[in-house]
Write a protein that binds this ligand. Structure first.
Ligand SMILES: *Cc1c(COP(=O)(O)O)cnc(C)c1O
Length: 244
């Protein structure tokens, strides 16, 4: 087989395996398969992989670094893809990210809400779907969240600000299972807490229904807890080389 064909075969097999895991987790949780959307995280992998995934029916892709995502999304602009931005977002990158991102999962502070809103209003682009990223590290002693995210007690205030910001649409919440703090090693507990926070947000903002949680290692726990979107990279594309 030529190189692209073997990559296609590999992605086909990996995608099928992930699809099986998602379907089994839904069944185990008594949920319908269509309650959970698979987002494939293509970070560090080339546009050619995105193209192969698109040919396999993938429609939702995610990236976490603007430097990589911008050129990749441009190369793939003919494909019918929804682009999710899931990485920590500096305000100086907002303009660039808004050129290709349909959704941002990592809104975690008022300054970012303001910057996103201002930039959407300046541009011709449609409304931006936003999720509030929640830091579940827990105790204040563990210091600031190093993977981004708002503290749980800040989420409702941020949700109100986001819902009132022109050009932005509050769609829900997102989290990554924390590596430290009270939920370290307990993704089920972390995701249960996230779903609790999602319910509080939903009560104030009924259109905010998305719960983005679960990655290659913990998508089952996320689906059991109630995730509506899982973000899977490694299990589809392979182990990433460590970032420099
Ligand atoms: C990389 C990444 C993922 C995917 O992680 P895998 O373990 O490779 O599945 C999901 N969410 C975010 C925010 C990421 O940065």
């Amino acid at each position: 087989m030529t190189e692209p064909q073997s990559r296609l075969a590999e992605l086909t097999a990996n995608l099928a395996a992930v699809e099986r895991r998602v379907a089994e987790a839904c069944a185990a949780a008594g949920r319908a398969r269509d309650e959970v959307t698979l987002i494939v995280v293509t970070k560090t992998y080339p546009a050619s992989d995105v193209r192969l995934l698109s040919s396999l029916g993938v429609r939702q892709v995610a990236e976490n670094r603007d430097q990589d995502a911008g050129p990749k999304a441009l190369e793939c602009r003919d494909l019918p893809l929804v682009w999710h931005f899931v990485g920590q977002l500096q305000t100086n990158k907002v303009r660039s990210v808004l050129k290709y991102a349909d959704m941002v999962h990592s809104v975690d502070r008022i300054r970012l809400v303001d910057a996103l809103s201002a930039e959407v209003q300046k541009s011709e682009r449609p409304e931006l779907g936003c999720l509030i990223q929640v830091a579940l590290e827990g105790d204040p002693e563990s210091g600031p969240a190093h993977r981004g995210g708002a503290r749980p007690e800040q989420v409702l205030q941020l949700a109100d600000a986001l819902a009132g910001a022109p050009g932005l649409r509050l769609d829900g919440v997102m989290a990554v299972a924390p590596l430290r703090g009270r939920y370290a090693g307990d993704p089920a507990g972390a995701f249960a807490r996230l779903v609790e926070i999602a319910s509080l947000v939903h009560r104030q903002h009924p259109a905010a229904t998305m719960v983005s949680a679960g990655m290659s290692g913990d998508l089952e726990q996320a689906i059991a807890a109630g995730a509506t979107h899982v973000r899977v990279g490694t299990a589809v594309l392979g182990v990433r080389p460590p970032l420099g």
